[in-house]
Design a protein around this ligand. Structure first.
Ligand code: FA5
Length: 335
């Protein structure tokens, strides 16, 4: 018995010396102290030994088992310690930092500017119902205005929101009046793509509901916002527009900063980029949000965030935003 126990220890030591990986040690462990190992077999045979043999060999067998386990655990500990890698921090290596996406940067600038004017940032779902995206905004089924935005309908009777305006009624229902919110977010349209049209782009909705709000308040907010983003006065023009959820409605265009208004493919040679449509919130929309249009009124606007980023960073083609080319994102690295 003693000879066999000594041999077990000797053989274990030999086999461990061959192990250079943790997995090898674990295999050896299973062989020497696992359920089907020789030492476990010997231990289970203890109960059948005579009282005399039990007294003679009992503690020897137990001690050998402990020694086998300790030898294995010590070896394992030494092995994992040697695998620790010491980094030489005196080496001069280049750290490749990431960068923010230009739309993320512009969204932060715009929301910071709006926060200074008392706006709260809220969000809404990208997958929405026809009700919030259209009906609550005074666009019933079969209304021709639905064709203004080519919609991705989903199998579950929902849709991918075509604009951030769907948050207007949700916010009114949740917070009531007075209200001053902005909603940056991704929107989706089944568009033909060109230099200024994507099928997945970002908008920022703004809405103010209070007593005695006028179109001057809206223009004041637009001017302040553009000044904060461009750090200079940018040439803009206001022209009448049409949206079923605002009355009156307007379109604010920004002089194309790619060509300085001379005309280029980005602005389709018009010299202008359609940037921020808006208007006074329609009384039907206020009603849908549970707000009395006899007491409150307000304005709303839907800024094209991706287009604003194009103007600010002089990006000629909107398609670069979604194509995942890291070389282009590297231009926006923060040191
Ligand atoms: C709307 O989406 C309205 N919800 C805006 C609004 C809000 C009006 C509140 C009144 C009150 P429009 O479809 O024009 O409107 O889109 C708004 C802006 O999103 C555009 O001025 C433009 O800057 C941007 N935009 C529209 N379509 C695209 C597109 N395919 N790719 C990139 N930007 C786009």
């Amino acid at each position: 018995m003693e000879k066999e126990l000594n041999e077990l220890l000797e053989n274990l030591t030999k086999e461990l010396k061959e192990c250079s990986k943790e997995a090898d040690v674990l295999n050896v462990k299973s062989k020497y102290v696992g359920k089907k190992s020789r030492i476990m077999e010997i231990m289970s045979g203890l109960k059948d030994m005579s009282v005399e043999d039990k007294r003679k060999y009992g503690s020897l067998i137990n001690n050998t088992k402990k020694e086998l386990e300790n030898t294995i655990n010590n070896y394992l500990e030494d092995l994992t310690n040697t695998l620790d890698i010491d980094f030489d921090d005196t080496l001069d290596y280049e750290v490749n930092t990431g960068s923010l996406h230009p739309v993320t940067i512009i969204a932060k600038e715009v929301t910071d500017a709006l926060k200074k004017m008392g706006f709260t940032i809220v969000s809404g779902p990208e997958m929405d119902t026809e009700y919030y995206n259209f009906e609550a905004l005074n666009i019933p089924k079969d209304h021709p205005a639905r064709d203004m935005q080519d919609t991705y309908y989903l199998d579950n009777n929902m849709l991918l929101r075509t604009h951030t305006s769907g948050v207007q009624v949700r916010a009114m229902e949740k917070y009531g009046a007075p209200l001053r919110i902005c909603v940056p977010g991704r929107v989706f349209r089944n568009e033909d793509l060109d230099a200024s049209h994507e099928n997945t782009f970002f908008q920022l909705e703004g809405m103010v509901i209070d007593k005695n709000i006028s179109i001057e308040n809206l223009i004041g907010v637009m001017q302040e916002l553009l000044r904060e983003v461009f750090h200079k006065d940018v040439k803009v023009r206001l022209r009448p527009g049409f949206f079923p959820f605002t009355e009156p409605s307007y379109e604010l265009d920004c002089s194309c900063l790619i060509c300085d208004g001379k005309g280029c493919p980005t602005c389709k040679n018009s010299g202008w980029i359609e940037l921020i449509p808006g208007g006074m919130v329609h009384p039907e929309v206020l009603r849908a949000g549970g707000i009395d249009p006899e007491v409150y009124n307000g304005f709303a606007f839907g800024l094209g965030l991706t287009r604003l980023a194009m103007m600010k960073y002089k990006i000629k083609d909107i398609r670069v935003f979604n194509n995942g080319d890291i070389r282009y994102l590297e231009n926006f690295k923060i040191d």
